[in-house]
Structure formats: structure tokens, C-alpha cells
Ligand binder design. Structure first.
Ligand code: CAO
Length: 540
């Protein structure tokens, strides 16, 4: 362990710069390059990064202090360091991270012609940085620009730089595009300068700026900046108001990575400066807020103020109702649904059921068509295991089940619940009648245990007691199919020689077309209706 004394590095000759933010606290563990504090002169604001990883032992400055190169700012406890080095060498000295934009006097070369001159605008001295990103091209061919207008914005990992136009003129060609990496001397664009008096290579050495990277080897920075008004580039390509954003390159980089429009972020740093925390808080808030568009990019339903049309009463949905809504939407958005319709002739089934009335009373069981539908569905699922399957979460495998558990949608005052009847294939119709009634009663009293609502492989949703000739139930994903049961009706049926009245049960089968194709679903459905039409087949 040793103690490293951290001093203000070369800050380009600026004296008496203000400490506007202290980014760490005593006891904090920092990594090399983590920002320790932010200094601000009247020309630039600069983040002072930690030269190495360690633990902050003490902080020698306070926000609002004015300090100069060489001022001690902190003590850092460094694990395994050979010795304390109070005077870092030029090579070791940490580079400041300039956060404000730097308008770079631009290197140009000029070709004159009658009344106008073509001026090639090159990447100027960018403080020795190589291959910096062109993050924004501010002009297009044909644009008229004034002297000082931003042409492009470059960004290294240390600074953002706006490259201003050296002259007023018209953009003849743009030689770089967003995302290109450029270095000093690379051609940015060609400008037609009207009536210019130009000379080649106009930038004198004295005018050449450097980035405000105060590494000892760099010339002093002369950035033409103000803290906020000329602050660099927007991190967000959507934002056009980059000039009013007051944030450092690290914050801008983070914002760009996260796709945050910095113009929408409230800065909590000194003088409204945007901090990384602000960007993170903005993202956190956006993630927890109701999105304007869903994850699938579906536009949100617009809000309508119905009170403009008459009296209204807004009631909150029950928890269960909200949960059902989420489940339904998730399934609807994820599952490519197909619904097939059919009718089962349940005349014989209904005659048989009517004949069981007395026995049912003796047993204390109410026997409805649902118990038979469950029994028939279980038999059909055994024959067609794909309909009883689920899609594996990777979307590339199918989970076949050796058991037949069927969920039953139950409407309750609190919302829809789906208790699951286990091993339906192994139970008698009496058992199923008793169990469906028992689970439905429990559901209505909200007495179902979580286990009683789990493990389903297929679902039946019966609106038979309500009415309707058909509906399209939503698959209870990750199950792959659901049977909708509508109200039995007496219909004329052609038996080959005459029309006879038959009790027809309308059925609808919705299925996940990723797991089942129409033929698989259709075969299952045809078998199911055949079983209901002739329940003797259930014993085969
Ligand atoms: N056609 C005609 N009559 C039917 C029928 C059908 N398909 N299904 C049931 N019936 C009759 C029953 O025979 C019973 O008549 P009786 O009282 O004369 O004997 C009556 O309708 C009431 O039946 P029930 O509803 O008490 O019993 P069930 O076994 O048919 O249904 C249950 C039980 C729990 C499924 C039902 O109470 C329920 O909650 N249904 C709603 C399900 C639901 O919400 N589905 C929608 C989900 S998607 O939004």
C-alpha cells in the first residue's frame, strides 16, 4: 500500500480555475481514469481523471475553491504501488478530459479562380489524437455557411470538438461521413469561398490550438469556448439543440451509448451541468414509466377525455384484472394466432347427460357438458401430443408432456383465473364434473392455491352458459392451443335423406401457428368433434 498525492495537472496555463464538482468522496474506490473532480475556467471545463486505481484517503479541495496547476487535490491509497510519487512525470501525468467543445481553427488550402476560391477544409490539430470519430456532419453539399458555423463534430475519448467553418461560403463537397475516423490533415470538405482573398495553408502555427489536453507535451489550450453556450455536441442524433447542452464527453458518450437525448435530461451538477447520474436516472425513469410505444414499437392508444362528452366514473382495475390484461397482451403480441371453428353434434351426448340426471343428484354432482368436453379433449390431446406441447423458451424446441393437465377459464368477480385439472385423461367424467365444479367454486371465492393454477398444457374456455355462436380465445402461452366453447343450439342437420334437428355445439380452436400448422390443429379438432359426437369412442 502506498499513498499517491494527486495534483492539478497542466491545465494549459490557466490559473485560478474553479472546482465546480467533486465526483468522489473519501473512502470511494476509484478505477484509473475515473473522474475525480471537474474544474472550470472561463474557457473550458475539465474533468480530472484518477491516474490510477485506488481508494480516496482525503480530499484537499472543496467545490467553489479556485486552484492552479500543482495544487494538491486528493490523496489516493494505491494497492501495491512501489512508492509515493508526488511529482508525476510528463508521461505519467493524467490527461484532463476537456468537456466543453473546442472550436478548432481550421487548416485549409485554397485554390483561387475568378471571383471565388475553392477552399479545402482539413482536420486541424486535434491534440495529437488519432482516428477520432466524426460523430456529426452538420452540413450538406450546397449548404451556405457563415464563418464560424460548425461543419462537423469530432469526438475522441477525451473531448468533443466542433470544427467551425474558416470562411463564409458554399459547401461544394463533403468528404467524410458520420462514423468515419479521422486524423489531423484529413480532408473534411471543400468550400467555395466567394471573393475570397485566400492564401494557402492559412493557419499559422501560433493560431493553431491544441485540445485542452494538458499533457506536458501539448501546447497550451486556447479553446474558444464558453461553458454552456458553445458546449459541444448533442449526444443524441435526434436532438438538434446541441449548443445548449452542458455536459462533458464522458456524459455525452454514455448518453449516446444509451440513446439518451441529452436535451431532455435535467442537469443536477453545478450550474445545471449534466452528470452521468442524471443520464442514468433519466434512463431508469424512462424504463419504469408507461412507454409511449410498446416494446414491439406499437404506437400507444391515444387517450380520450370522455368527460368532454358527458359524466364519467373512473374505477381502478383489480389486481387480477390488470394481471390478466398483461397476460393477454403478452400472448396476443407474442403468439401468431390462428382460430379454426367447428361444430360438434352433441345430441347423443346431451341425451346421455340427461339420463344421468338422477344419478348425478344422488352423487351430489352437477354434470354439465364441460366434463365431457374435458374428457374428450384429454383423449384427443393424447392422440395429438403436439397440441398438448409448449414452445421451449429458446423458440427452437418443443416441450412434449407425458401428462394431460387442462386449464379451465373461470370468470370471477375479481377477474379471470385458470385453475388446472391434473391428469384429466385418467379421471372419469364424474370426477371431472366434481372437480371442475369444486375448482370453479374455489376460484370464485378466491381460494385457489398457486399450485392449483399451474402446470396446464391446454386450456378450455367455456362461454356455453352465456351464449354466442363462436369466439376467438387467446392462447394461454406458453401453451400452444386453447378451446373456446360456445352455446349449444338446435340446428337442422342433413342426414342424407332429410333434415333432422340436432344439438350442435360451436367450438373454436385458437393455436400458436409457430408450434402448430393448420393440418396438425385441424386433425386434432376433427378428432375432438368426432369424440364429442360419439362419446362411446372415449372407451376405445
Ligand atoms: N351450451 C349450452 N348450455 C351450456 C353449455 C353450452 N356449451 N355449457 C354449459 N351450459 C349450461 C349448463 O348445462 C348449465 O345449465 P343448467 O344449469 O341448466 O344445468 C348452465 O349452462 C350453467 O353452467 P355452469 O356455467 O354452471 O357450468 P359449466 O360447467 O358449463 O362452466 C365454468 C363452469 C367455471 C367454466 C363457468 O362457470 C365459467 O366461469 N364460465 C366462464 C368462463 C370464461 O370466463 N371464459 C372466458 C374466458 S376468455 O375471456
Amino acid at each position: 500500500m502506498s499513498t499517491e498525492i494527486i495534483k492539478v495537472p497542466d491545465i494549459g496555463g490557466a490559473e485560478g480555475v474553479e472546482v465546480i464538482e467533486i465526483c468522489v468522496a473519501v473512502g470511494d474506490e476509484v478505477a484509473a481514469e475515473d473522474s475525480l473532480l471537474v474544474l472550470e475556467s472561463d474557457k473550458a471545463s475539465m474533468e480530472v481523471p484518477s491516474p490510477m486505481a485506488g481508494k480516496i484517503l482525503s480530499i484537499k479541495v472543496s467545490e467553489g475553491d479556485t486552484i492552479s496547476e500543482g495544487s494538491v487535490i486528493m490523496e489516493l491509497q494505491v494497492a501495491g504501488a512501489a512508492s509515493t510519487s508526488p511529482e508525476p512525470t510528463a508521461q505519467e501525468e493524467p490527461e484532463l478530459q476537456a468537456q466543453a467543445s473546442v472550436e478548432q481553427p481550421v487548416e485549409t488550402s485554397t485554390v483561387e479562380s475568378a471571383g471565388s476560391a475553392e477552399e479545402v477544409v482539413n482536420v486541424p490539430d486535434i491534440g495529437g489524437s488519432e482516428a477520432v470519430d466524426a460523430i456529426e456532419i452538420c452540413v450538406a453539399v450546397g449548404d451556405e455557411v457563415s464563418e464560424g458555423d460548425s461543419l462537423v463534430v469530432l469526438e475522441s475519448d477525451k473531448a468533443s470538438m466542433e470544427i467551425p467553418s474558416p470562411k463564409a461560403g458554399k459547401v461544394l463537397s463533403v468528404n467524410i461521413k458520420e462514423g468515419d475516423k479521422v486524423s489531423e490533415g484529413d480532408k473534411i470538405l471543400v468550400l467555395e469561398v466567394i471573393a475570397s482573398v485566400a492564401s494557402s495553408h492559412q493557419v499559422a502555427a501560433a493560431e493553431k490550438p491544441a485540445l485542452p489536453t494538458p499533457a506536458a507535451a501539448q501546447p497550451s489550450p486556447q479553446p474558444e469556448i464558453s461553458k454552456a453556450s458553445k458546449a459541444a455536441v448533442s449526444a443524441d442524433t435526434n436532438s438538434t439543440d446541441s449548443a445548449s447542452i452542458y455536459a462533458g464527453p464522458a456524459v455525452r458518450k454514455l448518453a449516446r451509448e444509451l440513446g439518451v437525448d441529452l436535451s431532455k435530461v435535467q442537469g443536477s451538477g453545478p450550474k445545471g451541468r449534466l452528470l452521468k447520474d442524471d443520464v442514468q436516472a433519466f434512463v431508469k425513469k424512462a424504463l419504469t414509466e408507461k412507454p409511449a410505444v410498446s416494446g414491439a414499437g406499437i404506437p400507444a392508444v391515444p387517450a380520450v377525455d370522455y368527460s368532454r362528452f358527458g359524466s364519467i366514473d373512473i374505477q381502478p382495475m383489480s389486481k387480477l384484472h390488470k394481471l390478466t390484461a398483461v397476460n393477454m397482451q403478452r400472448s396476443w403480441l407474442n403468439v401468431p394466432h390462428v382460430t379454426q371453428f367447428d361444430e360438434a353434434d352433441i345430441s347423443d351426448l346431451e341425451d346421455f347427460r340427461a339420463g344421468l340426471k338422477q344419478e348425478a343428484e344422488k352423487r351430489g354432482v352437477k354434470i354439465t357438458p364441460l366434463a365431457f368436453i374435458m374428457k374428450a379433449a384429454a383423449a384427443a390431446l393424447k392422440t395429438h401430443p403436439l397440441v398438448n406441447a409448449s414452445l421451449y423458451e429458446d423458440g427452437g424446441s418443443i416441450i412434449y408432456k407425458d401428462f394431460v393437465n387442462i386449464g379451465m377459464a373461470v370468470d370471477t368477480p375479481a377477474g379471470l383465473v385458470v385453475p388446472v385439472i391434473r391428469d384429466v385423461d385418467q379421471k372419469s367424467v364424474w370426477d371431472l364434473a366434481a372437480e371442475t365444479a369444486e375448482l370453479a367454486a374455489k376460484a370464485k371465492k378466491r381460494k385457489l392455491s398457486p399450485a392449483e393454477m399451474q402446470g396446464g398444457g391446454f386450456t378450455v374456455s367455456s362461454l356455453g352458459s352465456i351464449g354466442g355462436t363462436g369466439f376467438t380465445p387467446i392462447v394461454n402461452a406458453p401453451e400452444v392451443a386453447i378451446l373456446g366453447v360456445s352455446k349449444r343450439a338446435i340446428k337442422p342437420h342433413w342426414n342424407g335423406s332429410e333434415f333432422v334437428p340436432r344439438k350442435m355445439l360451436p367450438l373454436s380452436l385458437s393455436y400458436d401457428h409457430r408450434a402448430l400448422n393448420g393440418v396438425s390443429a385441424g386433425k386434432f379438432f376433427t378428432d375432438l368433434t368426432a369424440l364429442l359426437a360419439d362419446i362411446r369412442r372415449l372407451v376405445l
